[in-house]
Design a protein around this ligand. Sequence first.
Ligand SMILES: *Cc1c(COP(=O)(O)O)cnc(C)c1O
Length: 585
Amino acid sequence: MIDETQAGQEYYYYPLENIEDVDIFYEAVERERLTKAVSEERPYTYWTIEIYDQANGIRGGGGLGTLAADTRRVAERMGVPFALITPFYPYESRQEIKDGIVVDEHRPVEYRKFGFKFVDKVNIKCCGQLCSLDVIEKKFKHTRIIAVTEPNFGELYSGVSGSDHRLYQEVALGFGGYAALKLIGLKPAVMQLNEVATFFAALARLDELASNGMDFYEAVVYTRKHTLYTNHTLVQAAEAEFTREQFERYVFPNVKSPAVRKWLSDKFDGDRIKLSSVTIEIAEMRSGVSKLHARVANYRDIAGNKVKFRAVTNGIDMDYWVLPGIMEFMRNAGIIDAKGFPTVNYSDKLELLTADKIREFKRQGRRLLNSTLKKKPDHQGRILKFKDDDLVYDFRRRFADYKRPELAFRDPMRLRNILESHNAHYLMAGRVHSGDQTMQEKLRQILEIVEKDDYLREHVHYLPDYDEKLALALSAGCNAAINVPIVGLEACGTSWMKDVANLGVLISTHDGGVADGPTRAYLNVSGNDESEEINMLYQRMEEAAAIWESDFDLEYTMREQLKEYLPVISGARMLQDYLDFLFPT
Ligand SMILES: *Cc1c(COP(=O)(O)O)cnc(C)c1O
């Protein structure tokens, strides 16, 4: 154990010769503080059932996975010792459109092709058998990805939530991943649980401490103090439950300590257990992913008290998601620093972002979009190519009901008039969950509306098989992004961050991370009911077109958006917020 008082005093040994050294002083304090708590053998550990990281061979399902990949990349850039533990799914799905219906195609993935090395095997117990898992690892300079896998591991989110297979995957990640960490010789400085599917990792730690002689209550306190639960879901009631019988088969056989088994058994509500309830019990630190979300997430602990979440708004790894030309400009202009933080006077420096520059960056983005679209035909099999001065709107996000992909299609004539008067196109992309009948049907209806109108047919396009490449190309190459979740239902969202950072006009409802800023910072869509919101959405689409027609308005809009949102978007800011939460001074 570190003696906190002594550790604190050491900070003052750095000689301060003069006031200019103050930055050096704080940097030294920072380094000291980090190495005290975190080291190569005791990394910051991040547990996630999903990571979206195509460069490393792992394709996720959406925002939860892109956040995990961004967090690791930012830790790497900031030099923070960090281990991400996740399953490696031996199959991944790709989506195609056939007769208006989205169909999944399954492809095997070979981890060795992506630089992962086999480490060894670990065992977990399920249904009276030993299940053997391969531990694989990919090391970077400061960070690593540790994964557990086996040939029958299945796909990400295969089966329904609450099913045996999901529980197996979650137990394999938790107990298998914890055993993998020990096998590699690492101890977690802290455990960040990216949603409750990773609960079993914290349980494995508690069990290790309690079964190795630590007093049970001390073990609980220790585990709680070193665990952060990051919540992305708003309503506890909507979460999956497991039964005692399922736990008897998959969970209890892996728990060695009778006291831990008793503790877990007491957390059942009758015959059922919600992972969020036990995760709240095992993690003293809890965070939500935007200011609004942390405030409205409605969770109760087992005693019935409302749970408080600290807001740590998601950010993105800008060096990954923003056009290199824009990043170079922002660094040279002193808008963001080498690590990716906005500088102290970044808002003044934004004056250097002129309309000429914005239009030049958009041309670069348009080239990336066109070259990406060569390999991604639209729903009718057409290869799209846009001219520099075409106006392009995009709606680009997972097709979930609350995100309202159909909103712009509520008045097809009005949409047609807007597109026609600005010679504009409307692009849609986003995965439809294969089991989601409602959204399959919504997409079919949208495409039917488009098909019926001769102008929309040529100017509205759905791009199947949404992935990272398409996400980046659309952010970089489109002029205006549409983000209209029902207010109160988006936890954060990061797609809009990619759009703002790549100099797109943001049309949005005031929700998720967007609500970290004021409504005047972007083209806000609001209203007392949905028909008012639809009306305002069309007005905002007109305004976005007008902005691109005026140099003055374009400069003003981009500077305002970036002024309010650069600190939100910065992944370095996000990681620093987590570090401040995890290692308070
Ligand atoms: C950024 C990104 C997301 C995040 O989507 P949100 O709906 O904004 O949370 C999902 N999928 C991909 C491929 C992305 O690049």
